[in-house]
Design a protein around this ligand. Sequence first.
Ligand SMILES: C[S@@+](CC[C@H](N)C(=O)[O-])C[C@H]1O[C@@H](n2cnc3c(N)ncnc32)[C@H](O)[C@@H]1O
Length: 379
Amino acid sequence: MKNNKDKQITLFKNLESTPFTYGTIIFNKEKFVCFLKGINNQNNPSLLKNKVIDLKEIISFPKSDREGLLNIDPNGDTISLRRDVLISELGQILEARTLERAKYYLKRLENGVQKVKTSKVNDINLLRWKEYDEIITDSLWILDKRDSSGAHLAWYWGNFVPQIPHQMMLRYTKKGDWVLDTFAGSGTTLIECRRLGRNGIGIELNPEVVQRANELVKMEYNKYKVITEIITGDSRVIDIKAVLGKHGMDQVQLLIMHPPYHDIIKFSKDKKDLSNAKSTKEFLKMFSEVVDNATLFLEKGRYFILVIGDKYSKGEWIPLGFYCMNEILKKGYLLKSIIVKNFEATRGKRNQKELWRYRALVGGFYIFKHEYVMLFKRK
Ligand SMILES: C[S@@+](CC[C@H](N)C(=O)[O-])C[C@H]1O[C@@H](n2cnc3c(N)ncnc32)[C@H](O)[C@@H]1O
């Protein structure tokens, strides 16, 4: 058990710093750039390739570094690169069929060392995109383990796996950005905010849950000194302007919503709770009110993430996910992606696997094994 936990911690430990958590090699930046330029000035293909082979040798056996590429000057700049990616890039240069191609790859490598190119919505250095292989870009997510490291204790029935907000923040926020989660529950999003250096505000209806969640969120090390706060309120009507204004902000850069999947789990007896909506129609109306209340505070061009599953009622599949998606599209958002994520048995169902299989066979339906992570962009 302990071993498994350790593995998970290593697996998901601060993915944000991807390039630096793998086997990395640290170069004296000035010398490395100079060395790369030297190779690129070489017009004899064999000599050029020999130089690349020398570099590969230095990376594999640092003691063979006669060029001083790995001599770190205390006052000089360093560059840290993922060893496996660098070796593969050098391999590509060695395999290039023409001198021009080899020089092109070398120039690309030099650019990645010298420059940083990011988009408006995240900190991913596109010149070193190959180093971010933990960032998922496929629309089918099969996550076999939830991240249960640090304050992620999974105590709340109906929480989402931390990998969801984690992945979303890496793709759609920059360090220091603000994230709003209008159904904060146990604060999974806020814990991830602390890990990744994003400020986060959560809104949650149930005051007892808010109290426990805030206590746990505070247990997570706040390396980047960000603000993370969950407040009690009804997300349909809470004054978000005032909530953000308290921190001198008027907009957020990421909006996350993980509402109840209607009445699948009853979160409270409160009428304001979406899980107590009397019908699908009423649920959608309440959900739509939350979207209306929050939309104005999402910066234009930024992302809105909806995490939701469907439900089954009286012999009928209710596509809550697509209904909610439609509510959001009606507000003028642009649909960017629909991710289908595997969904493992909830606590309620875990011991009833066989019963559910029997029910499925009798009732002619399929057992839910997926939920959706839908991505929208504010126009
Ligand atoms: C699916 S859970 C969210 C879980 C959360 N993502 C986590 O990881 O713990 C939905 C939450 O929405 C809350 N909720 C329901 N109606 C609400 C409302 N009108 N305003 C704010 N929160 C509400 C529930 O109390 C519940 O905690």
